[in-house]
Write a protein that binds this ligand. Structure first.
Ligand code: COA
Ligand code: MG
Length: 292
């Protein structure tokens, strides 16, 4: 089993907000996206880039995964952002508005001399990006590719498609499911879009649950108040972890060696369930290790 990286909660914050960058060091989030794009005004872009590079170099974020979101490559800032971040070497570089496999390959190539740990994350937030999700995800198979995570940009998809989302996000299900399916086909993680109404705790929790049921690995967040709920929803519960350990143990019994299907507590359990159980346990263990 390859190592599992917990990405239950990934909080955006403007890289121009010094207070937020400092506060992030104490928040119980699995990851941070330090943003140079939409959360930063054009006049503040250059200063934010400097602050971001300095924050990455200074560190202090513990086990939190630190990801820098650059400006799109067709903007006046994108190329400089990419160059500065490739040298600074955060855990990840998030590229917005990706619409084709060629764009991903171009960024991957530009990261050739970045530190090995720096992964490539891409925003799935344009109509072309959704329509080309398979080709975009498939670039992860190319030798040396750093592509690791899809991040849903639901606000941009709403803007571009003119969809109007109801409380159940019925109109977004196609985008979300296409992205999850493409991500899984090529071994990527996929994070759900943000919930704008950050004072609505019940609505947020319901949307986290929906994301988990769709197969999302976690949720992108805009406010610290959203962290605890995302962590809880996207982690295996104690009961789920215990059930998973039981399935693994059952297949390890001498009498079950070589079997593809067994009965456990009156239910059919197949080897595929043992594979799922191993992932559940690996994720639970990785979450425990985050706390240590
Ligand atoms: N990251 C880190 N800290 C944050 C934060 C974030 N995203 N959002 C709020 N905080 C901090 C505030 O600085 C404040 O800290 P303090 O008590 O130490 O001063 C505390 O949490 C409470 O903040 P609150 O007053 O409830 O919110 P706000 O009005 O200051 O900010 C937003 C509201 C939406 C502007 C802010 O949450 C934000 O900028 N979110 C991220 C937006 C973003 O990055 N968007 C791009 C991707 S969609
Ligand atoms: Mg966007």
């Amino acid at each position: 089993m390859t190592t599992v990286r917990p990405r239950r909660s990934v909080l955006y914050m403007p890289a121009s907000n010094a207070r937020a960058l400092e506060k992030a060091k104490t928040l119980p989030t699995d990851g941070l996206v330090l943003d140079l794009e939409d959360a930063v005004a054009p006049e503040a872009k250059a200063a934010a880039r400097e602050a971001l590079v300095a924050a990455i170099k200074a560190g202090g974020y513990g086990k939190r995964e630190v990801v820098a979101r650059i400006n799109a490559l067709d903007t006046p800032w994108g190329a400089d952002d990419l160059k500065a971040l490739a040298a600074a070497g955060p855990d990840g570089i998030l590229v917005p508005k990706v619409s084709s496999a060629a764009e991903v390959e171009k960024v991957d190539a530009a990261l050739a001399s970045a530190p090995a740990k720096t992964r490539l994350w891409v925003m799935m937030e344009t109509p072309l990006g959704i329509l080309d999700a398979k080709a975009i995800a498939a670039t992860a198979r190319k030798p040396g590719s750093r592509l690791s995570v899809f991040v849903m940009g639901t606000n941009d998809l709403v803007k571009e498609t003119r969809a109007e989302l109801d409380a159940n996000r019925t109109q977004a299900l196609y985008w979300l499911s296409v992205a999850v399916t493409a991500a899984r086909a090529y071994g990527l993680d996929v994070l759900d879009g943000v919930y704008n109404n950050f004072r609505d705790a019940d609505g947020f929790k319901a949307e986290c649950l929906q994301g988990r049921r769709l197969g999302m690995d976690g949720k992108t967040l805009i406010h610290p108040d959203q962290i605890a709920t995302a962590n809880e929803v996207f982690q295996p519960s104690d009961a789920e972890t215990a059930a998973a350990r039981k399935i693994i143990a059952a297949f390890e019994l001498p009498e079950n060696q070589g079997k593809g299907v067994i009965t456990l507590d009156g239910r059919m359990v197949e080897l595929l369930h043992a594979e799922m159980a191993k992932r559940t346990v690996a994720l639970a263990d990785a979450i425990t290790a985050m706390k240590g």
